[in-house]
Design a protein. Structure first.
Length: 158
């Protein structure tokens, strides 16, 4: 169980089966390796409800496994409560950002800081493109971006 003063982050993409579960799994491993997992609440979600309850894309799972990372995440849609309970909501592209900002306006006492995960990328790749219609190489690119961004985000919040 996380400490009551734990930091919290929700990773978000359109369907919560490709980019955001990769980011969540990468960050989970990073905080575990840094021995600070007890200081974080970490989850991921979708702006849409299309894949609710589904496992991550098999190509994303294969990519994570190749890098020694496992996840048992099931897709879920972002809720109004998420804007009140998470400190950070980090999303993948401008459409996610716009959808989240719109939803946040309807939430009283929303406290989450909504940002693009790519804003933390030292290589300045602001957008993490959806690999769904792409190849295994596209999932690897997402993984590499998530590693860079999550490392910088963790450093900024340590």
């Amino acid at each position: 169980m996380a400490a009551t003063n734990a930091k919290s982050v929700l990773f978000v993409c359109l369907g919560n089966i490709c980019r955001s579960p990769i980011a969540e799994a990468v960050f989970q491993k990073m905080v575990a390796d840094a021995k600070v997992a007890d200081q974080w609440v970490i989850d991921s979600g979708a702006t849409s409800d299309w894949n609710t309850g589904s496992s991550p894309d098999s190509r994303g799972l294969a990519c994570l496994k190749k890098h020694g990372i496992e996840t048992s995440h099931r897709a879920r849609q972002v809720t109004k409560d998420d804007f009140q309970t998470f400190e950070y909501i980090l999303c993948m592209d401008e459409n996610n950002l716009s959808d989240l900002e719109k939803k946040a306006k309807s939430v009283q006492s929303a406290k989450a800081k909504i940002e693009l995960l790519g804003s933390y990328d030292p290589q300045k790749q602001l957008i993490i493109k959806d690999p769904y219609y792409g190849s295994d190489k596209d999932f690897e690119t997402v993984y590499e971006q998530c590693v860079r961004c999550c490392k910088a985000f963790l450093e900024a919040n340590s």
